[in-house]
Design a protein around this ligand. Sequence first.
Ligand SMILES: [Zn+2]
Length: 245
Amino acid sequence: MKTIFLTKNDIYKGHLILVNENYPVNENDVPDLKAVNGSDITLRNTAALQLDMAINEINGRSGITPVSGYRSMEEQRNIWDDCLIENGMEFTEKYVAKPAHSEHQTGLAIDLGMTCRHIDFVRPDFPDNGICGRFKTVAAKYGFILRYPSGKEHITKIAFEPWHFRYVGTPHAEIIEKNGFVLEEYIEYIKRFKYGKQSLVFRNEYEISYLAAGNYPLEDCNIIDISGNNRDGFIITKRGVAYER
Ligand SMILES: [Zn+2]
C-alpha cells in the first residue's frame, strides 16, 4: 500500500485553501499554470481544464470572456494601487483584496464577464440569465463555486461579486452549493468530522473528513484527494461505499 507523508507545511496547498482577509496566500506555493478558454488568462492546471469543460458544456466560448485569473503578488499590488487612485478607499476595500490576501494569487479564482465591447476589469457584467446564467447552473459540477454571494458579506468581507468563481474541486463545490455555504463556513463545518472517526458522506460516493495540522504518514488506498485549508489542517476526501466492491 502507498504511504502518503503529510507535513505541517502541506496545509498551505490544495484546492480547498482558504484565502481571505485573515489568511494570506503562501508565497512558496508557486502554481502550475495553464491558459483558459483560448485567452491569455491563466489558472492552475486542473482548474483551467475544468473551467474549459464547463464553458464547453454550455457552448459558452464566445459568450463568456475570462477577465482575470492568476495574479502574482506584484500584479495584485498594482491592481490595489490603481483602484485606490481611481475609485478611492471605500470602493477598493469592497471589491479588491489586499496584496497577499487575494484568491487570484492562488491560481484558483477566475473573474468571468459576459462578452461585450467594453468589459469592466474590476466589476465585469455577469448576469443571472442567458449564457452566464447557464454557466452558474453547471459550475458546481466542475468544481466551481460563486465565492462572494450576496447575504454573506459579513463573513467573506467582500461585496457580492457575481463574476468571481473559485475552484474548490469536486464534490466540494456541490456540497457547498447545496448547503448555501461560503468557503469560510464549509472549512469550519468540515472540522466536526474527525479523520478516522467520522466523515461527511456525500451520495455514498465520497467521505470527507478533517485532520489537524501535523506530520503524518497516511496509509489508506481510498484517499482520492488531500487539501490543506491554509489555516489549521487538512481536508481528506475518500471514496465512499458506493465504490466498494
Ligand atoms: Zn475576482
